[in-house]
Design a protein around this ligand. Structure first.
Ligand SMILES: Nc1ncnc2c1ncn2[C@@H]1O[C@H](COP(=O)(O)OP(=O)(O)O)[C@@H](O)[C@H]1O
Ligand SMILES: [Mg+2]
Length: 257
């Protein structure tokens, strides 16, 4: 491929809202659409992408930064680990102490290389506004905000959205993830929009709560690549498919412009 790929970062105002699982699910959908996908694990000190996918212990973002800094970098593909025919992973450092040593300047260097090697670059993050994350959010084509129906999360999200409006960031979509806390229903969608002062673009429903999700994680399987699960959760599978195709259409529009 010669074209530049699309970069998408998953972000939130709180941890444990489904960023990592959603990153994997979107990767699975893009695979079914025939796209070459790179998942970058920018949860530098606690990242779980390579663990969740059971990919072998290979090189990580730390090795990339180290080699780049020491003029030993040759090719981007030397740092990614293959999950399957379509999906590669650029893992977070194995040792959290290595995470501290990665300069935020590598965000741009890594993204720059990634988009020229893949159709879609999916970036898993942590929820804090570190320099590293701010740079990531600044540089990606599309941000997906995950928010749950948890009051604490919603309050934090309101502040985050305010920051985004302040800085004229508009390239984001909000996903309400009801599958995380299927038993919380204090707020309806109308209330939630009012609290966060933003539109909700997509909803992952309570029906998408997966009781045996740990089986998927332990066996390195992606839910959206599992035929049975995709049938059972067909409504939310369709929503995820919609997110993927909407972002792709947006990207093509920009390319034509
Ligand atoms: N659809 C779902 N059904 C059941 N549990 C889920 C679902 N999505 C995520 N989880 C669980 O919720 C927890 C937080 O999800 P995770 O993706 O790790 O969030 P984050 O990356 O935002 O911290 C994990 O234990 C995960 O297995
Ligand atoms: Mg995570």
């Amino acid at each position: 491929m010669n074209n530049k790929g699309i970069s998408i970062a998953l972000f939130s105002a709180k941890g444990g809202v489904g960023k990592t699982i959603t990153t994997l699910n979107l990767a699975g959908i893009y695979e079914t659409l025939g796209k070459k996908v790179l998942i970058i694990d920018f949860d530098l000190s606690g990242g779980g992408i390579s663990t969740a996918l059971n990919v072998p212990n290979g090189k990580s973002i730390y090795h990339f930064a180290y080699d780049y800094n020491n003029n030993q970098y040759q090719e981007f593909k030397n740092y990614v680990t293959k999950y399957d025919q379509y999906i590669d992973v650029l893992p977070s450092p194995k040792d959290p102490r290595q995470a501290m040593k990665i300069d935020p300047k590598y965000v741009e260097i890594i993204l720059d290389k990634a988009v020229f090697n893949y159709d879609v670059v999916l970036i898993d993050t942590t929820h804090d506004l570190t320099d590293f994350n701010i740079l990531t959010l600044d540089l990606v084509d599309q941000i997906l905000f995950l928010v749950t129906n948890d009051p604490l999360d919603l309050k934090n999200m309101r502040s985050l959205i305010a920051v985004f409006k302040d800085t004229n960031m508009e390239n984001y979509k909000v996903i309400l993830n009801e599958s995380i806390y299927p038993f919380k229903n204090y707020f309806g969608i109308y209330d939630i929009k009012n609290i966060i002062k933003a539109n909700i673009d997509y909803v992952l429903s309570k029906d998408f709560y997966i009781k045996n999700i740990d089986n998927f994680v332990m066996s390195g399987k992606i839910i959206t690549l599992d035929k049975k699960a995709s049938n059972i959760f067909s409504k939310d599978y369709t929503t995820l498919m919609g997110i993927c195709t909407d972002i792709f259409k947006e990207g093509e529009k920009h390319e034509d412009a």
